[in-house]
Structures are given as structure tokens and as C-alpha cells.
Design a protein around this ligand. Sequence first.
Ligand SMILES: *[C@@H]1O[C@H](CO)[C@@H](O)[C@H](O)[C@H]1NC(C)=O
Ligand SMILES: *[C@@H]1O[C@H](CO)[C@@H](O)[C@H](O)[C@H]1NC(C)=O
Ligand SMILES: [Zn+2]
Length: 396
Amino acid sequence: MYVRQSRPAGSRGPSRTPHLLEMNRTALRVCVLLLAGLGRAAGGQEHDHNDENAPHSAEKGPSDSHWSYEDPGQWAKHFPACSGTMQSPININTETTIFSPQLRPIQLSGYSLPASQMLALKNNGHTVVLKLPESLAITGGYAQQYRAVQLHLHWGSPSNPGSEHTVDHKRFAGELHVVHYNTKYENFEAAVTQPDGLAVLGVFLEVGPRENPYYQQILEHLRSIQEEDGEVFVPGFNIAGLLPDNLHLYFHYNGSLTTPPCLESVKWTVFNQTVMLSKEQMSVLVSSLQTDDNHLLMNNFRQDQSLHRRWVLASFEPSSSRDRQVPAGGSSSVTAGHTSSFHAGDVLAVLFGVLFAITMLAFLLYVYKNRSQNARLDSPTKSKVIYTAATAENTA
Ligand SMILES: *[C@@H]1O[C@H](CO)[C@@H](O)[C@H](O)[C@H]1NC(C)=O
Ligand SMILES: *[C@@H]1O[C@H](CO)[C@@H](O)[C@H](O)[C@H]1NC(C)=O
Ligand SMILES: [Zn+2]
């Protein structure tokens, strides 16, 4: 995405796409029938993945004046950016995301830390923050290089999920945010005020059957930092283990820190694959830490912010679940990706349209020729032969 230009508004129209794709599909089917071999090659366009898994993103500002999740309406009084037009989190509507083949897999380096490297883990009254050494970096997927600063979590309560981003209005149990700053700036503080200053990786947490050993490296220390400003040093581990296996599938958009000062400096990556924690682990997360007033620190997520004029890109064609709904639609894959496979769809539609026309023409000529022949010979059996031949072709 960073590499790509934003598309002109007109090029995205969902209304036009289905039409062409539908036409493409019909043409394809006919071609398959009439030109057996050729049609097959086109059917091979099936594209890839589609996991129902999902992750999502994060932020976190340095400023720590008195703000709370109780009164987000007040944030903008002290932090004007909080009422901006590029705020996070957002709801990700998968029907309107734009497939961007230019979005390369996220690549990480230095994420595997030795146990001898101790990391500060702190309850800052809003979340639990693990400080990360600058040796951790994003080296692929973004146009620029980003260095890690910290990671932290968002969660709900024992009875409610608490991710910040939502996907089609589904809120996940929790959300991990790994915060990085652009190496073209001197440090995090310099980067946080720049439009391309930060990259945050967001991962959705869900409850699953097994204990997650990577998250356990953090969770097992929460008891010792229950009070605000509590801090402990924990052994290093493979930080990448906190992220989903699949770093190819993600959403991307321009947004902000989700806490005051809400600066609009974050290029968000929200993974489509989620990560599982056990039920016990999730309950440790939601019921261990306390806020400054000694209440349990819960529901530390911000509500969805308006998208305004922003796009949300997807690194993948969100089609698999739909394809599954189309029974026996052998040729379908290209059609599923609404906005995304637009160009390919156009080209294929035209191509098959032309092929179809040529085939029809040839077929009609053939019929016409044989007919006039038959007429001349006046042989009723000949027309039967023609009919049989056509049938044979259809089943080829
Ligand atoms: C992942 O993408 C698929 C296809 O768009 C979507 O149905 C699903 O809700 C997404 N899940 C997450 C967590 O992003
Ligand atoms: C994010 O902002 C940059 C710089 O303004 C822009 O080039 C890019 O297209 C934007 N990305 C998206 C997904 O809108
Ligand atoms: Zn966050």
C-alpha cells in the first residue's frame, strides 16, 4: 500500500464490477463448453487464501495526563487531535475494503529475544506495556523501515470482549498492539507527530482451547504489577510468537493512536488471522490489573471512530467464505473479490467475450454450411449427424 497510489474515486465502483464479472463468468462457462481446453486455463485463476481468523491493531501514546476510558467524550478537550478525521480504532467493513496486491507480507527481524535480555513490563494505569528493544524491526510490508518501541494490550471484562478494532462490527476478546516508529525520525517522540511516523501491528485475541505459551510470558507477571505504575523485569522471549502465523493477510489504513493524545501518525496493520489464548489466560488478562483508583482495569478500548474519507486496504481477496457459499461454481474465484480483482476481471470479461463471439460465429458458419450442404443433398440423416456432433462437443 505504501507503494501504491490511492485509486481515483471512480475506479472503485462496486456497481460496475459485479456486472463485468458476471458477464465474464457466463462467457467463461460458454467457452468451457465449446472450447473445452481453453476454458479450463481460465478456471485456474482461483486465487488464494481466506481465513476466518482475524487479528487487529494497536497504538499507544506517550502523554499520560489524566484521561480515562470512562469519559472519552472529554478527551478532545485536552487533546484536540482526538476529534480529528483520521482517528482509530475503526470498524473494518470487509465488504468495502480494497484489495491491494501491492501489500506485501509483513516481515519482522530481531523479534526473537534471548531469555537473558530482560524487558520492562509495566502497568501504566491504562494497559500493560512491554518495552521492546530497538533491535526489533519491521523490514518488509511497509515502504519504510520501522523500529519497535513497545507493545501493549486492550481487553474487555469477564463478560464482554474488548478489542479496539472490530471486523464487520464483531468485537474480539482482546487486541495486541505492537508499536514501531519510522527510522527516518530520530526517535519515537520525534516520529509520533509525523503522518508517517508510526507503524502499529494489531492482532485480535480470541479464546481457544489451549494455553498460549508466548502470552503466558507476559500474563504470569501481571499479579506482580497489579497497582498502577507497578513494574517488573521479565526475560526475553520470541515476541513474534505473540503474532499470528500468517503475516500475509492483513488490513491496512491510516489512523491514529487510540489513546490521548490521539495523534494521527499511525499506519495501521490489522492482521486477518487471530491469536488464541485459553479461557484462564483471558480471565487473568481482564482481572489482574488495577487503575489509579484501585478499580480493576477493564474495558480499556476506545469505540469505533468514523472512517470519513479514508480507505481500508486488504492484502488479500476476501472471497473464500463467499466462494464456499456458491455451490459447484467451478469458475468462481475471480468473481468473489468485489472491488479487488477489478482489472483482472475486466480483461477476462473482454477476452472471453471476444472468444465467445468468435466461437459462436464459427459455430453458426459451420451449421449454415452443413445446412446448405444437407439441403443440396436433401438427406435427412445428415442433420441428425450434425446434432450428434454438437452434443459430443458439449460434453467434452
Ligand atoms: C478475515 O477476512 C475474512 C474475509 O474478508 C472476513 O470474513 C473475516 O471476518 C476476517 N477476520 C478478521 C478477524 O479480520
Ligand atoms: C495513507 O496516507 C498516505 C500519505 O498521505 C497516502 O499516500 C496513502 O495512500 C494513504 N493510505 C491509505 C490506505 O489511504
Ligand atoms: Zn493500543
